[in-house]
Design a protein around this ligand. Sequence first.
Ligand SMILES: [Zn+2]
Length: 233
Amino acid sequence: MKIRDMNWMQVEEYLKKDNRAVLPIGSTEQHAQLSLCVDHILSERVAVEAAEPLNVPVFPGVPYGITPYFMGYPGTISLTPDTYLRLIRDILDSLAVHGFRRIVLVNGHGGNAPVESLIAEWRGAHPGVAVKFHNWWKAPATWGKVREIDPLASHASWMENFPWTRLDGVRYPSARKPLLDAARIRALTPAEARRYLGDGNFGGYYQRPDEDVLAVWRAGVEETRAVIARDWP
Ligand SMILES: [Zn+2]
């Protein structure tokens, strides 16, 4: 269930019988021909679908993340690590105040990795609160499904092209773009990164049949659900 569909009384009732919460985190950044909000849309949607049968509330996704290397592309918004980690810390602090004791951050953007260090530090100061950091798209079963379908898959390629991230009236190139070096991009300026990346796809087909991407989606929902449901300390 989504927090946007609940009032505070319902949350108070919920906290008498459960103490889990889910926070999706994403990014607003270039995704080639796909929506700028891919990482936000996917992390929030996978979290909502995963949590639904468990009746665990999902907070509104954080739509912005750390993505300085894409600032050469209009529409990209990048928070400094300092701002971003303070924001996530304030959200965790608020959840803890209300009595949430098992929190899953469902992450949709690789650049948000510094949050893992924050969590390690934050947990030291909040020993009664467990926090999991779940990179939904590269968790083992989901990534395994991607590799099984087509090992050449990356940022803004077919593996992010879902019915809910593609845009009406936009045509996708039919080429299978050769894989670019993702590590190299971090050393480039935004202008250099744009020259290197071109349209922004890191490699692979731009689109695959819906049955392929929906198989990836189902794996992602199932794996995320298991993280919310099981193996809490
Ligand atoms: Zn993405």
